[in-house]
Every structure is written in C-alpha cells, then in structure tokens.
Design a protein around this ligand. Structure first.
Ligand code: SF4
Length: 383
C-alpha cells in the first residue's frame, strides 16, 4: 500500500473576515506576517514539481491539494484559475483531487463555473445558526458574517443540485457549550448540506479541563442522535460515518491496514510545515526559518525525516497503554496528533478528547446491536 498525500496550500495569507478563534491570524503563530499575501504562480509550479518528484521517490496512491488560506477566493478569479492550471498534476500516476475551503462570502456564478471547470470539491466553514456563527465568525468591523455565508451556500447548493458542482460540504468548528441539535439541524435542514465535518477545537492536555471534554461528549452525543434519527445514508457526518462503519465491522482487514495519510502545509512562499492543527500547540515549529524546507530545496523524504512523525519525534511509535486495551483503537488510532500532546514532559498521550470519543463509539456499538447487528466479542469486552 502506498502513501496518500495531502497538501494544504496557503494560496492566500490574508482574509476578508477576522474570526476571533482563528488559529492562523489570531493565534500565537505569526508566520503570516513574513509571507506574501498571495501565492505566486511560480510557487504553484514549484508545488506541482515537488509532487512529481515525490511520486518518483515513493508510491503515491492519492494526492489531494487543498486550496486554503486565509480566504482562498481573495486570490481573484483570474489568478485562482491560473493557479489551478499550474497545479495540474494529471501526469502523476496517483489519484488526484482538488479542494477549496472557503467562507463562501465571495461566491457568485463565475466562481461556481471555475469550481466546476477544475472539478473542485468545495468546503464551506459554517458554525451553525446565525447567533452561534456570528459569535466568532465576524468581519474586520466586528459584524457577523452568517447572512453572507448563507447567501453563498444557497448558490453553491443550487449548483450542486443542478449537477454542476462535484461536491459540497460544511466544516463546523465545535463549540461544546452550544446546542448540538440546533447546530446540526441548521446545517442539514436549513443550509441543505449532505456532508458535514465537525472539527474539534485545537486543544491539548495542557489547556483542556475535564469539564470541556465532558461537554464535548454531550455535544457529540446530541449531534449523533440527530444524525441517527435522520437515518438517511445520503448524509455523511465526520466523524460519525466512519465510526459507525467501524462499529458494524471492526474486524475488517481494511481498518487494520488503514493507509497512511501524510499532511503537509505549504505556505504562500513555498515553505513546508506540519499541518495546521499544530499551530496552536507548537507555534515555534511554524516560525520562518532560514533552514526551512521548501518545495524547491527539498524532497518528500526530507519532510518525512523532519516532520513525518509530527513536530516532535515519537508520535506514530507511541501507542499509549490505554489505547492498547481499547476496542476502538484500530479506527481511532489515539486521535489527532495535536490533541495528543502533553506539554508536561513533551509527551504524546491518547487524545485529550478520548472520553468524548468513547461515548460516541459506545453509543454506536449499542445502535448496531439494537438494529440486529452482531457484537464482536472484543467490543463487548470494552466498556
Ligand atoms: S478511544 Fe481513547 S483509548 Fe480508545 S483508541 Fe481512542 S484515544 Fe485510545
């Protein structure tokens, strides 16, 4: 089995809004101040060449390029189009995909044509109904952005329903103090998304109280009940869809042999860094550095040597004892790297959200059994 590569490209390091929780502009890492506001076409060409060299170096099963920012649509339509052309890696043997992550406020029909032309998967950042969304996602004058995002979503949804758009999904940053039912129903019923991802706030063992984890468990549990009650296979929710598939068939070899996905961040100047989830936890890793790896001066092997295991050594090798005994471990894999960090001793533990995840897994196990599925012995033994 080869490697799946995901490159998160900071095609803009500027944004048309100013979310208060933004890890990129309002977090401890200020590397954006030293980078160009827009990625150049030369850098985009360097990214494409880097991937071609990587494909010669190792077996790549899949390559996904995520056009990210900041707000990627601030590139403007012409530059965005030229950039997509430069990023074309059709000569690479791996499956390739192009995504964009946007707040959708600038979306109009011409943008939709561009997304359609390049087969771009569109992800929209939306945190729930207006009162929730606007508490954090504000513009540079402090005004809420929900109405403008919802207008963009309407256009995108019409394009999706007309078959013009390849895919459309929502990414929702969870605020565990909110009413999960309202968040879920708004995103699915009112905005019309059929693909939803709940992103956990970037947190680690150094800054997360047990009460926050308990509230996260409550939030996920309530959102899960909404999803289960919909009983609609056309609605995919991350992380629930994958967890349910695992609860139904935990013995499948596919889970034991889950392939490796390596995520690389590419700044607008072509420098390489670990994925964004580490920006809050380890901002120093992102500091502009004369010894930085770039798409021109390095190969994929250099990145794997420096970061492939996470910004600190030992991440993939360290399976905490609590996970060794856990029935969900083949799927969970101890959680996301940044959430596993314990600053006391610079150690990797199980994810700080472990107890919240266990609640979801346990509910899904019960759901499978209630619906006539078999309960594997290993899972029945796990509380
Ligand atoms: S649910 Fe918790 S104990 Fe189980 S694998 Fe995940 S992090 Fe480890």
């Amino acid at each position: 089995m080869g490697l799946a590569l995901e490159l998160v490209l900071k095609v803009t390091e500027v944004c048309n809004i100013n979310c208060s929780y933004c890890y990129f502009f309002n977090g401890p890492d200020k590397s954006f101040q030293a980078h160009p506001k827009l990625m150049s076409l030369r850098t985009a060409g360097g990214v494409a060449d880097y991937i071609r060299r990587a494909a010669g170096e190792t077996q790549l099963d899949a390559v996904r390029l995520v056009l990210h920012g900041g707000e990627p649509l601030m590139l403007g339509k012409r530059r965005f189009t030229e950039l997509c052309e430069r990023l074309h890696i059709g000569d690479c043997a791996a499956r390739t995909g192009l995504s964009v992550q946007t707040n959708a406020m600038l979306v109009d029909d011409e943008w939709i044509e561009i997304f359609a032309r390049f087969g771009i998967d569109v992800g929209v950042s939306v945190d729930g109904p207006a009162d929730y969304h606007d508490a954090f996602r504000v513009d540079h004058r402090g005004r809420g952005t929900h109405a403008r995002t919802a207008a963009g979503v309407r256009r995108l949804r019409e394009a999706r329903d007309a078959g013009r758009l390849k895919s459309l999904g929502a990414i929702c940053v969870v605020d565990p103090t909110r009413d999960a039912r309202r968040v879920y129903r708004h995103i699915v019923d009112e905005l019309g998304f059929r693909t939803v991802a709940f992103n956990f706030p970037d947190a680690d063992w150094g800054n997360t109280a047990p009460e926050t984890v308990a509230r996260m468990g409550d939030f996920l549990g309530a959102a899960l009940e909404e999803w289960l009650s919909d009983d609609d296979p056309s609605i995919a929710v991350r992380p629930f869809t994958g967890m349910l598939a695992f609860a139904r068939a935990p013995g499948l070899a596919a889970w034991r042999a889950l392939g490796e996905t390596l995520v690389l961040g590419v700044a607008s100047d072509g420098s390489l860094a670990p994925d964004d989830s580490y920006r809050m936890t380890m901002p120093d890793v992102f500091r502009p550095d004369a010894a930085a790896l770039t798409v021109w001066n390095s190969e994929l092997g250099d990145f794997r040597t420096r970061y492939g295991d996470g910004p600190l050594p030992g991440l993939s090798a360290s399976k905490p004892g609590v996970c060794t005994a856990c029935a969900w471990s083949a799927h969970c894999r101890s959680g996301e790297g940044a959430h596993r960090y314990d600053p006391a001793g610079h150690a990797w533990r199980e994810t700080v959200y472990c107890e919240a995840l266990k609640r979801v897994y346990a509910r899904l196990r019960a759901y499978v059994v209630e619906n006539g599925g078999a309960e594997p012995a290993a899972m029945a033994a796990c509380a």
